[in-house]
Design a binder for this molecule. Structure first.
Ligand code: FAD
Ligand code: MG
Length: 348
C-alpha cells in the first residue's frame, strides 16, 4: 500500500470516528416533561408533552393553546362576532359566511343528529338558554316556556349551503357546547404532532386524548372522575394509547331547586335535563369529537339504549355509571377497566 493511500485510509478512519462520535452526541437526550394549564373553553385546559427540550415542549403547547383559543373565538355563543354568535344574530334573516373549521363542526353535528336519532342536536340553543344552567339566570322554566322553546329546535330549519349557514327559524339558536370542545382537543393534538410531539396528552375539562405512549413505552392511564357530587377522586382508570376518552356527567354543571337536581345535558324530547339511571357516560374512541358528542347523547339515551347504541358503533366503547354506583362496560374494553374506588363495581 502506498504512503498516500495509507494516509487517506487514516484520514477516512478519522472522518468515520468523528462522524460516529458526533452521531452519538446528537442522539436524542432523555425527553423532558413539559406541562401547562390555562382556563379556556369555560374549563381547565391541561396539556402535558414530552419533548427534546423544555423550550420545544413549551412552544408546541403554546401553539396548541393558540389553536384552541381560535376555536373558542369562532365557535363560542357569547363572544361577539364569533361565527356562532353571528349565525344566531342573523337567525330568521340571513345566511352567514363561516370559517372552514366552523363549517366542519356544524356538518359533523348534523351527521351526529342522524346517527344518534336526534338525541344530539346542535340547534338546541333556545332550550339551553332558557334553562341557563351554570349561568346567572338559571331557573326551572315553566312548562309553557319549555313547550315554546321545544318548537325552535327543528334541525330541518338549519340550512348549510357552501360556506354559508342560516337558521331559518328566527327563534332558533345554535350551541356547539357539546361538540366544539372535542373538536378543539383533536385539533390541539394535530398541532402538537406537527410540532414533533410523540408522547403526551391533552385534557380539556374531561375531554382527553392520549398521544402515543409514555416515553418508556407504557400506556397512559386515564382516571374517570367520581360522579358523586363533591367527590374528587378517580373511581376507575384504563390504559390509553393514541385514543380519546371523554366523560359527560350530571355533576358537572347543575343547580338544585326544591330537592330536584337540574343539569346541563338536555333531552330534546322532553325539553328537561335528561333524567334516567345514569350519572356519567365515558366514551373511548379514536377522536375526541366523537367522544364529546356521544358522551352527551348516550347520556340522553339512558342505560340500555345507550349500551345497545355503543355496541352497534364501530370503534366506539363506553363505560356507563349508574346512580347505584354500578358500571357497565362495552365489549371492546372488557378487562381493561380497573376499579380504584370499591364503592363502585363493574356489573356486566
Ligand atoms: P357535554 O355533555 O359534552 O356537553 C353539554 C353541553 O352541550 C351543554 O352545556 C350544552 O351546551 C350542550 N348540550 C346539552 N344537551 C345537548 C344535546 N342533547 N345535544 C347537543 N348539545 C347539548 N363555558 C363557560 O362557562 N363560559 C364560556 O365562555 C364558555 N365558552 C365556551 C366556548 C366554546 C366554543 C365551547 C365548546 C364551550 C364553552 N364553554 C363555556 C363550556 C360550555 O358552556 C359547556 O358547558 C361545555 O362545552 C360542556 O362540556 P361538557 O363536556 O361538560 O359536557
Ligand atoms: Mg363532552
Amino acid at each position: 500500500m502506498s504512503k498516500f493511500s495509507k494516509k487517506s485510509l487514516l484520514l477516512a478512519l478519522l472522518v468515520l470516528l468523528v462522524t460516529l462520535f458526533s452521531a452519538c452526541s446528537s442522539e436524542p437526550k432523555e425527553l423532558v416533561q413539559v406541562e401547562n394549564d390555562t382556563f379556556i373553553l369555560g374549563t381547565r385546559g391541561q396539556i402535558r408533552v414530552f419533548a427534546a427540550t423544555e423550550k420545544k415542549g413549551n412552544a408546541a403547547i403554546d401553539k396548541a393553546f393558540t389553536k384552541i383559543q381560535d376555536i373558542e373565538d369562532t365557535m363560542s355563543t357569547s363572544i361577539i362576532n364569533s361565527d356562532v354568535y353571528n349565525i344566531n344574530q342573523a337567525a330568521g334573516t340571513s345566511a352567514v359566511k363561516v370559517s372552514p373549521e366552523t363549517l366542519e363542526v356544524i356538518q359533523t353535528g348534523v351527521q351526529f343528529y342522524e346517527t344518534t336519532g336526534g338525541t344530539f342536536n346542535i340547534v338546541l340553543g333556545s332550550l339551553i338558554e332558557l334553562w341557563g344552567i351554570g349561568k346567572d339566570w338559571q331557573k326551572v322554566p315553566t312548562a309553557a316556556e319549555i313547550a315554546e322553546s321545544k318548537g325552535n329546535i327543528d334541525i330541518q330549519q338549519l340550512e348549510v349551503s357552501g360556506n354559508k349557514v342560516m337558521l331559518k327559524d328566527a327563534e332558533m339558536l345554535m350551541d356547539l357546547g357539546g361538540i366544539a370542545k372535542g373538536y378543539a382537543v383533536d385539533e390541539a393534538v394535530k398541532v402538537l404532532k406537527a410540532n414533533g410531539i410523540k408522547n403526551g396528552f391533552v385534557n380539556m375539562g374531561g375531554d382527553v386524548y392520549a398521544i402515543g405512549t409514555k416515553p418508556d413505552g407504557s400506556p397512559w392511564y386515564i382516571g374517570i372522575q367520581n360522579p358523586i357530587i363533591g367527590a374528587t377522586n378517580a373511581i376507575m382508570r384504563m390504559p390509553l394509547v393514541d385514543r380519546s376518552i371523554v366523560t359527560s356527567g350530571d355533576y358537572e354543571r347543575y343547580f338544585e331547586e326544591n330537592g330536584e337536581h337540574y343539569h346541563h345535558i338536555i333531552d330534546p324530547t322532553t325539553g328537561y335535563p335528561a333524567r334516567n339511571e345514569l350519572v356519567s357516560v365515558t366514551i373511548i374512541s379514536d377522536t375526541a369529537i366523537e367522544g364529546d358528542v356521544l358522551s352527551t347523547s348516550v347520556f340522553v339515551m339512558g342505560l340500555q339504549k345507550g349500551l345497545d347504541f355503543v355496541e352497534g358503533q364501530e370503534g366506539i366503547d363506553a363505560i356507563l355509571v349508574t346512580r347505584n354506583k354500578e358500571a357497565y362496560v362495552t365489549s371492546g374494553i372488557k378487562g381493561q377497566v380497573e376499579i380504584l374506588d370499591n364503592q363502585f363495581k363493574i356489573v356486566n
